[in-house]
Ligand binder design. Structure first.
Ligand SMILES: [Zn+2]
Length: 149
């Protein structure tokens, strides 16, 4: 899992405090006084919590794919990512959002339908007449990249 690897690198990267891994059968030392070695990083409470959130998110996205916009969790990770993408990048097509958030088109579409119903985003047209989406209260000064479409 990519996220775990990133965390593992972060744990490996710094520090010097040495203690033994809390897994009984493991003889490796840990870094930074942590309870688990880098091979057992998935046992760290914060990693477990993160994994749980990722699993919850996967379950939520599956529900949204199957049952539609009514299943959207407005305080979930996927909504946060979509809103961040729109805030940072301004109006964009669903296709582009699909690439940025890396979820399938049906899921993204159902999220956008719900966000539109909630009055958070609105649909429009690009200069090439494709359907686009943007935040209702979009602030262009928050954009961090050029619109290249
Ligand atoms: Zn270990």
């Amino acid at each position: 899992m990519k996220t775990l690897r990133v965390l593992q690198i972060a744990v490996e990267a710094s520090n010097t405090v040495v203690r033994d891994c809390s897994v009984e059968t493991c003889t490796r030392a840990t870094r930074e006084g942590k309870d688990y070695c880098t091979s057992h990083v998935e046992l760290h409470p914060y990693v477990r919590e993160l994994v749980q959130r990722i699993e919850d998110r996967g379950a939520e996205d599956d529900l949204v794919r199957l049952k539609g916009s009514s299943e959207v969790n407005l305080t979930g990770i996927t909504v946060a990512e979509i809103l961040l993408s729109l805030r940072n990048g301004g109006a964009r097509t669903e296709e582009r959002l699909t690439r940025e958030v890396q979820l399938d088109k049906t899921i993204i579409h159902n999220y956008l339908i719900r966000l539109s119903m909630e009055g958070v985003v609105r649909f429009g047209r690009t200069s090439r007449n494709n359907i686009s989406v943007c935040l209702v209260n979009h602030d262009p000064s928050m954009e961090i990249e050029e619109e290249v479409e």
